[in-house]
Design a protein around this ligand. Sequence first.
Ligand SMILES: Cc1cc2nc3c(=O)[nH]c(=O)nc-3n(C[C@H](O)[C@H](O)[C@H](O)COP(=O)(O)OP(=O)(O)OC[C@H]3O[C@@H](n4cnc5c(N)ncnc54)[C@H](O)[C@@H]3O)c2cc1C
Length: 347
Amino acid sequence: MSKTVDYIIVGQGLAGTWIGFQLIKKGYSIMVVNHSSLSNSSWVAGGLYNPLLAKRQKLSYLAHEIYPHIESVYEEIETYINHSVLKAEPIQYIIESIEELNTWSVLCETEAYKPFVKMIDFVDIPSIDAPYGGVQIQHSGWVNIPELLQAFRVKLMAETAYLDEVFMQEDLLMNAEGVNYKGIKAKGIVYAQGTPTFHQDIIRLKPAKGEILRVNIPQLELPFIPQQGVFMLPLGDGNFKIGSTFEWKDLSDSTTEEGKEQLLKKWQNYYKGVFTITGQEAGVRPSSNDRRPILGALDQDNKSFVFNGLGSKGVALAPYFSLQLANFITEGTAVDKEVNLKRFKWM
Ligand SMILES: Cc1cc2nc3c(=O)[nH]c(=O)nc-3n(C[C@H](O)[C@H](O)[C@H](O)COP(=O)(O)OP(=O)(O)OC[C@H]3O[C@@H](n4cnc5c(N)ncnc54)[C@H](O)[C@@H]3O)c2cc1C
């Protein structure tokens, strides 16, 4: 193929989609090279965004900067793909003990937590056991990631900006003008590969496998997402996703009996009704050691860049940090020290 674009992007999970969108928004042309066979993290994910680490009663990273704006940033990409993917159905965290209830009552009154939590008497649903009530988490909800990725891909394909193949690093030529991948010339290249990154010698990832269950509960429709250890995401027609597990040793994307048992045990701590299991899926999150995303330039000449390390918070972190990376690539503005690729390099 002979084509000239501004940037080549390797990978089209959440990271590749968002950096692609930010560059397009700034008026740059892109070519995305992606093959889904290498990682299905974005396709398996629950897609929840949550400004709280509720179990630990802590705020998520950059909670105040990111979460109040999530709906409006997703609205922009929804307009571009002409498809609605964000569901502002709040997470309701089920309080587990009287001690936890006491701590939440205090936290709810603090300036830092006030915008995010509201104490509630848990809605009276007989199959959900919530004797201590719960907290409704404001600025939480979920994004249908497969629909987002698919709709963005359709847009790219319409512009002949999507190549469905495994990108091979040895096919990339670097020259004074930029890069050349099999006849596709560009100013630079962004690697958004998730766990199967080429740069394992540079990027210190600590991937975490996750599993989810799909269940059906006839006639149960919930306008919110119950959570306690695991979430119960309503997908409509009595279908739910139950997730997720965390596992750091087995990094395959095969489902396991242990994963299923772990999910069922945590879920049945609060869900007491009947259900049928309809599926089970697994994927590997591209997490970093200290749960920070990783972005920046790989070389001195600013021709190759990385966007990775989205971990378990891809939905919330991808829009915010893809904008930061796009500004860095196109205008040379600095990226935050905490997420700068330099910090993650093996010495
Ligand atoms: C079970 C589970 C539940 C989760 N739940 C949530 C949740 O509720 N909320 C949330 O925010 N996050 C969640 N996550 C995390 C979220 O999925 C990740 O943060 C996010 O998907 C990472 O996106 P990514 O684009 O970096 O990586 P990926 O999704 O892995 O995408 C990388 C893409 O690049 C492709 N690729 C790689 N190398 C090449 C190559 N050489 N050539 C061509 N293509 C290549 C891969 O095949 C893939 O398509 C969950 C993850 C799992 C596994």
